[in-house]
Design a protein around this ligand. Structure first.
Ligand code: ZN
Length: 300
């Protein structure tokens, strides 16, 4: 078993419960996970795939995203140590397997799996295409623009602001806790996956990110699905705007390259996005390919 230690991170005002030491990550890959508490009852779970947000609410546990079956099982074991409550609701920020494959682990503990209507359609389509239908637990409740639920003393609200990372991304707000899970609408210092086949729109994604500070109160804590090594999935408005700038730079650079007669293949040879030097993981081609598709769509 892994040694536990508590760390007080004064700059964020968070109590961190780390299971295992970072140095063990390589040797024990898949067995190491982290739980970071944001306040007395709300925290995040990090192992692999998209960050999970959870709240130990007296009306039942609120979960946002579910990673994979094995990591979801680790979280379930940890939750059982902390509470005898069942799961009130599981929310999926969007359909990607690294956010929804663990749904099946939590399904028997909850009556409610909630996602945007497009997210459910995408999840079903992806499972059929990948022949993984028997391993999927789909949302049984959907919405189109906004939905609000009172759960114990918490208010859960989901907002849909149009296509971004996919065409079914929810911003998930726990009002009392003052926490928003942005799903994959922000990749912190990590080149993003942009799911054009699932209706992603870089142009509208920029608009969504512009709106975020106007939707939530100051001091809201934001969580994103993924961050580069040595960067946090707990992010600020500044990080959100830096990623907005990345998307703008991505579109501008791709547009210039197309105007200069570069082909898609020539574009994909670029290893970085000019103007966004903090994105360094070498996966620039993912965004460039999607930007090329978006900017040339009207020529087809
Ligand atoms: Zn995703």
């Amino acid at each position: 078993m892994h040694r536990r230690k508590f760390i007080r991170n004064s700059s964020l005002g968070l109590t961190l419960l780390l299971l295992g030491k970072m140095g063990q990550l390589t040797a024990l890959s898949g067995e190491i996970y982290q739980i970071k508490m944001l306040n007395h009852n709300t925290g995040i779970f990090i192992e692999k795939g998209g960050t999970i947000l959870f709240q130990l609410n007296k009306a039942g546990i609120i979960l946002v995203d579910s990673q994979f079956t094995d990591s979801a099982t680790h979280l379930l074991e940890e939750l059982k140590k902390r509470t005898t409550l069942s799961v009130n609701i599981l929310v999926n920020t969007h359909h990607h397997p690294d956010h929804t494959s663990g749904n099946i682990i939590f399904q028997k503990y909850t009556k409610h799996i909630l996602a945007h209507a497009n997210s459910k359609i995408n999840q079903e389509y992806t499972a059929i295409r990948n022949h993984t239908e028997s391993m999927q637990a789909y949302p049984n409740q959907t919405y189109t623009n906004h939905i609000k639920r009172k759960i114990g003393n918490e208010t859960l609200r989901l907002d849909y602001l149009g296509a971004g990372h996919t065409n079914g991304d929810s911003l998930v707000y726990l009002k009392k806790a003052g926490v928003v899970h942005l799903g994959d609408l922000v990749f912190n210092r990590m080149h993003p996956y942009i799911d054009k086949p699932a209706g992603a729109s870089i142009t509208n994604w920029i608009t969504i990110l512009e709106k975020i500070p106007h939707i939530y109160p100051a001091n809201t804590v934001f969580i994103c699905g993924h961050a580069a090594k040595n960067h946090s999935v707990i992010i600020t408005e500044e990080d959100i705007f830096l990623f907005r700038d990345y998307l703008k730079n991505l579109l501008n650079f791709t547009s210039e390259q197309i105007a200069n007669g570069r082909s898609r293949l020539e574009l994909l040879e670029n290893k970085s996005i000019p103007g966004s030097p903090e994105w360094q993981d070498g996966e620039a081609s993912r965004g460039l390919d999607a930007a090329y598709t978006e900017l040339t769509a009207h020529f087809k």
